[in-house]
Design a protein around this ligand. Structure first.
Ligand code: KIV
Ligand code: ZN
Length: 386
């Protein structure tokens, strides 16, 4: 086994699809699942079958349509949910049941009105029951981010002994700081005696904007599965974004971790998910936002035009974006203006660039962005073209 291989578990179709307004039809879900397969995702969480007949049917149809990735279905820790998941997964080439229960004292007391001992027993019973249907069972310890580490370790050891092959340590409420979350994973690595029999999975929410940082801290401390969504879509402030984790591990390849993600497919699936879910991507979103590879200030534009890597640590082509963009605004310099005029066919040595630049600034001060049409208007009859 390759000890630095990080498995990518995508939950766009389950945790992502829970977002109000983002519901998808089964046909749309199959289309996204096929793109996730082409992207190289290892596990696709296709839905929560007990939650509705539509979600059940989507898991059935995705199971039929997908060959390579494992298809996963979510359950709570009860037999009815697990029966529904097993039934929905009956056509999966490789199916996984993802069952679990709350692990923080907050959830134990106020969600389940129960005790640590009772919850631990329910966790073990659920895993044992799920193992009747498949040997691929993942256990989630909900709200592990706020759980007591000693109790969490006891629970994880018990569910692995009961047959869980992946153990998910969710920071359900996006509470942890990266060093806290990393230390939690390390604690489990050090204190769960049978941890070598399972893969630790990290599932982080973004309530404090730390989901990706926490995920990376988890990997650095021993986790080898990451749970994420395209564009970071998900409950409240969202989940860890797949594209961020994939590109962090690629950019920092010296760390030695690697995934199976074909990064050139990232931009296409980001657009597909955004349009099908009617959820626009914020312009400054890392990796896939409209401005992720756009330069607009004079200093940056000059630097990028001299050498791309002055201001770009990623190559846009690596994520499927054709090229970077030099945006002309009132903050742009002569170098950027010259670049665009040459692109439009103007011969710069026949132009008084200083004089054109003065007129450009007057125009740009009254517009957010200068287009090619604006430049043509600025240049008048175009008799200086090559
Ligand atoms: O955030 C969470 O805890 C979850 C679990 C159901 C895995 O989504
Ligand atoms: Zn979640």
């Amino acid at each position: 086994m390759d000890k630095n291989r990080v498995y990518v578990f995508d939950t766009t179709l389950r945790d992502g699809e829970q977002v109000p307004g983002c519901q998808l039809t089964t046909v749309e879900k199959i289309e996204i699942a096929k793109k996730l397969e082409a992207l190289g995702v290892d596990i696709i969480e296709a839905g929560f079958p007990i939650s509705s007949p539509g979600d059940f049917q989507s898991v059935v149809e995705i199971s039929k349509a997908i060959s390579e990735p494992v298809i996963c279905a979510l359950t709570r820790a009860n037999t009815k949910d697990i029966d529904a998941a097993a039934d929905a997964l009956r056509f999966a080439k490789r199916g996984r049941i993802h069952t679990g229960i709350g692990s923080s004292d907050m959830h134990i007391k106020y969600k389940f009105n129960s005790t640590r001992e009772e919850i631990l027993q329910r966790a073990v019973d659920a895993v044992k029951y799920a193992r009747r249907f498949t040997d691929d069972v993942e256990f989630y310890a909900e709200d592990a981010g706020r759980a007591d580490n000693a109790y969490l370790a006891q629970m994880i050891e018990a569910v692995i002994a009961a047959g869980a092959t992946t153990v998910n340590i969710p920071d359900t409420n996006g509470y942890c700081l990266p060093d806290q979350y990393g230390a939690k994973i390390k604690y489990l690595m050090d204190h769960v005696s049978n941890i070598d029999k399972a893969i630790i999975s990290v599932h982080c929410h973004n309530d404090l904007g730390l989901a990706t940082a926490n995920t990376i801290a988890g990997i650095q401390n021993g986790a080898r599965q990451v749970e994420c969504t395209i564009n970071g879509i998900g409950e409240r402030a969202g989940n860890t974004s797949l594209e961020e984790v994939a590109m962090i591990l690629k950019t920092h390849h010296a760390l030695g971790y690697h995934t199976n993600i074909n990064s050139k497919g990232i931009y296409e699936i980001s657009n597909m998910v955004s349009s099908m879910m009617r959820m626009p991507v914020q312009p400054n979103k890392a990796i896939v936002g409209r401005n992720a590879f756009a330069h607009s200030s004079g200093i940056h534009q000059d630097g990028v035009l001299k050498h791309r890597e002055n201001y770009e640590i990623l190559n846009p082509e690596d994520v499927g974006i054709n090229s970077n963009a030099i945006i002309l605004t009132a903050r742009s310099g002569r170098h950027a203006l010259k670049h665009h005029l040459e692109r439009l066919g103007y011969k710069i040595d026949k132009i008084n660039l200083d004089e054109v630049y003065e007129r450009f600034l007057l125009m740009a001060d009254n517009k957010k962005e200068i287009s090619d049409a604006d430049l043509l208007q600025l240049m008048g009859d175009g008799d200086t073209k090559t």
